[in-house]
Each structure stands twice: as C-alpha cells, then as structure tokens.
Design a protein around this ligand. Structure first.
Ligand code: APR
Ligand code: PHB
Length: 388
C-alpha cells in the first residue's frame, strides 16, 4: 500500500492529525494496535482549551462538543477547607470547555469513518523502516498476514508505550523525566457534580479533584499511594476519604453513588527531544507526558498536531519545508511551558513530603495566587491555554 502520511496510533493525536490532513487533501492511513472499542474504553481528562476547541472545529468534528460540552469560566481551588474562586473570564477573557476525551475520540472516529479515510485496527508488530531516507516504510501484520505501507512521512502518535519513539537510535534522542511519589485514584459515577466548577483541593490528607463529564456524571480523584490497588478501594472507602478533604459546603453538597469506572494512574513528567528524525515526526504522548493536574495532555497533543498539520500542508501545497524544519522547536516551546505549569500545579497541590517547610511553601504559593492579580492572571492564562 502507498500513502502520503502513515500515522501510528488512533488516540486523539493520530485521529486529529488524520482528520486535518484529510480535510487538506493529504492522503493518510492510521495503524492502531488495539480495537476501536478498546480505544474508546479508556477514561482520560476532559478539559478543552479554546485553541483545541478551534482545531476540532477546523477538523469538522466539533458539533457534539458544542452541544454537550460545558463552558467553564473559572475554577475553584480549596486549600485546607477554604474554597477560592479564580475567574478565567475576568482574568483572560477566555473560558474552557469540559467535555470528555472519550467523546472527542468518538467524534474523531465517526468523522474519519464518514470521510472514508482508512484506519487499520488490531495492527500487530508495527515496525518503522528507512525513516532517515525519503521513502520510509511501515510493516505490520493483521490476522497473521504481513503488510507494508510505503509513505512520504511517518507520524508517531502511538502514545508513551508506542513503537515510534523506541525506533529512534538511542544516541539521537534525549529524554527528560520526573516521576512523582504518588498516584491518582479516580472514579466515575452517575451522580450530579458537587459544584458547577471544578474544585482542585489541597489538604493535609492529600490532593483531591472534583470534576465532571455532564450535569449528571461526575469524575473524582484522590491522591493515593503508588502501592495502592483498586481492590482495596471499595466505593464507600473512596467517598469516606474524599469527603474530609473538601470544604464544609462541598462536604454537605457531595452526592455519592456507585462507581461506573475506577482506576489508579501514576503521575509522570516526560519530554523527548527532538520531535523529528528524518521523515519521522513524534506527536502527543509518544513525545511527552504531563501529570494530569491541569489537564494538559490532550491539549498538548492537539498543539503538536496543529504544528505538524500546517507543516505538512506547507510541504505539499506550498512546496516549502520550513514548517517541517521548525516543527520540533515550535512544538517543544509550547510543550515545555505546559510541562512547567503541570509540574507547578502538581507540586503546589499535592502532599509532596512530610517536611513542614514544603507545606509552608505551598501555602505561601497559594496565598500569593489568591491575593495577587498578576499571579492569578498567570495561572488563568496557562490553564485556558497559551496561544499557538
Ligand atoms: N502500534 C500501533 N498503535 C499503537 C502502538 C503500536 N505499537 N502502540 C500504541 N499504539 C496506540 C495505542 O493503542 C493508542 O490507541 O497508539 C494510541 C496512542 O494514543 P494515546 O495514548 O491516547 O496518545 P495520544 O493520542 O498522544 O494522546 C494524547 O490523549 O489519551 C490521552 O493521555 C493521552 O492526554 C493524552 C492525549
Ligand atoms: C477530569 O475531568 O478527568 C480531569 C479534569 C481536570 C484535570 C484532570 C482530570 O486537571
């Protein structure tokens, strides 16, 4: 088979890139290791920056997001039982959209099916070849049969555990990593959210987050130990642990119910540099990971995709390779700012250590955030998303 761009991975990054390229008349094929249902079964964050929303509109898949997404003009931060409100709208004139990433993935999959673009699910043993030359190849097998795609470019959108990044010779790539000594235990429940806005909670018992998917579906998280296992967390134990981390009003308003999903995720910051190796380009989680505090994962994947899409259009339509040459630097400049912000939110709101000095620094940082318009504006500007 021959295509212009072979995309590895049908997560949000691969699907969005595929959709934008298709709209621009650039032929592409997506290879995905899992089935579509498996991909749709993953629960991830759900806060969409305005620039991401605009890109999904450009890809022609924004209709359901506009209908069902909840516009949030601000966020609440609760520190040791006292809640504070930060208004994005007043501080930046912008807002975010709360809309589940699973729904975005579904909208992208439906858009791709409607466009008749090719996605090969259950593609095994995907291997990348000759990407330092002008005609790279991707080999894979489906139902035990070996196949090959010859292409102009490969987009490695196959997430943190994918095959693209490890295909690069070790000496050509530099990685930066920080693991955090805790995880997030999350549950999804068909209960109304405790508040109209998200509440990020800093508490001596540990971080908590009250989020939502709709007016009737909530998503809650608590900071947990890395050795914790979900079997040790029946629903009642979860509710008994999150409640005391909240302020009195939220404790009174919290409506509990059975969980419909429960999972534990580790927190990691990771960046690989550069993002280009000949004709191979990395995008999204294949290239970088942020801890979920601040919900930048999907938004960063979208910003990579935006730079890569424009660069490929420049290559095919304008016969210019300037965008491709600058892709890595442009994408990484935004990546590092989101890494900084996600690290800052994580280290400011979690129980990081037992050292009282660290606790006092967190409190000073948060007190400054609530009292200084400059600090609040810097926070809001990053939360709603920096411009491309
Ligand atoms: N061959 C083919 N596909 C693969 C391979 C492989 N060897 N390895 C991984 N994949 C697929 C995965 O099954 C997954 O569907 O690549 C996809 C990568 O998707 P994500 O992990 O969602 O990564 P990305 O699209 O970059 O996501 C960006 O969305 O899912 C979140 O946490 C993620 O917030 C981040 C954002
Ligand atoms: C979520 O709703 O899952 C969510 C929201 C905000 C975050 C992280 C996760 O920062």
């Amino acid at each position: 088979m021959r295509t212009q761009v072979a995309i590895i991975g049908a997560g949000p990054a691969g699907l969005l890139l595929g959709q934008l390229l298709h709209k621009s008349g650039i032929d592409n094929v997506i290879l995905e290791r899992q089935t579509a249902d498996y991909v749709l079964g993953r629960v991830r964050a759900g806060v969409i920056e305005q620039v991401t929303r605009d890109l999904l509109d450009q890809a022609g898949v924004g209709a359901r997001m506009h209908k069902d997404g909840l516009v949030h003009d601000g966020v609440q931060i609760c520190v040791d039982g006292k809640r504070h409100h930060l208004s994005f709208k007043e501080l930046t004139g912008k807002s975010v959209l709360v809309y589940g990433q699973t729904e975005i993935t579904r909208d992208l999959m439906e858009g791709r099916a409607a466009a008749g673009a090719k996605t090969i699910y259950s593609a095994h043993d995907v291997a990348l070849h000759d990407f330092s030359r002008s005609a790279p190849r991707v080999t894979y097998s489906v139902d035990g049969k070996s196949e090959e795609i010859v292409c102009d470019f490969i987009a490695g959108c196959d997430g943190f555990h994918g095959v693209s990044r490890p295909s690069v010779p070790a000496g050509a790539i530099k990685t930066y990593e920080r693991m955090y000594p805790f995880g997030w235990l999350g549950i999804l429940s068909d209960t109304p959210p405790v508040s109209e806005e998200l509440i990020y909670v800093r508490h001596p018992r540990g971080f908590a987050l009250c989020s939502m998917r709709s007016h009737t579906r909530s998503r809650y998280y608590i900071q947990c130990s890395l050795d914790d296992h979900i079997d040790a967390w029946p629903d009642q134990r979860f509710w008994d642990e999150i409640r005391p981390r909240l302020d009195e009003q939220a404790q009174a308003d919290l409506i509990t119910g059975p969980s419909i999903e429960k999972s534990i995720a580790p927190l990691r910051s990771f960046v690989a540099e550069p993002l280009r190796f000949g004709q191979l380009f990395l995008a999204g989680d294949a290239a970088h990971i942020v801890p979920p505090t601040g919900a930048k994962g999907l938004n960063l994947a979208a910003s990579d995709v935006q730079y890569l899409w424009r660069a490929l259009v420049e290559h095919y339509a304008d016969k210019s390779d300037a965008g491709l040459a600058h892709y890595s630097d442009r994408a990484l400049a935004r990546v590092w700012k989101a890494e900084r912000f996600s690290w800052w939110m994580t280290t400011t709101l979690h129980r990081m250590s037992d050292n009282p000095f660290d606790h006092q620094l967190q409190l000073a940082e948060l007190d400054y955030l609530f009292r200084s318009k400059a600090a609040a504006t810097a926070f809001a500007e990053n939360y709603v998303g920096l411009p491309y």
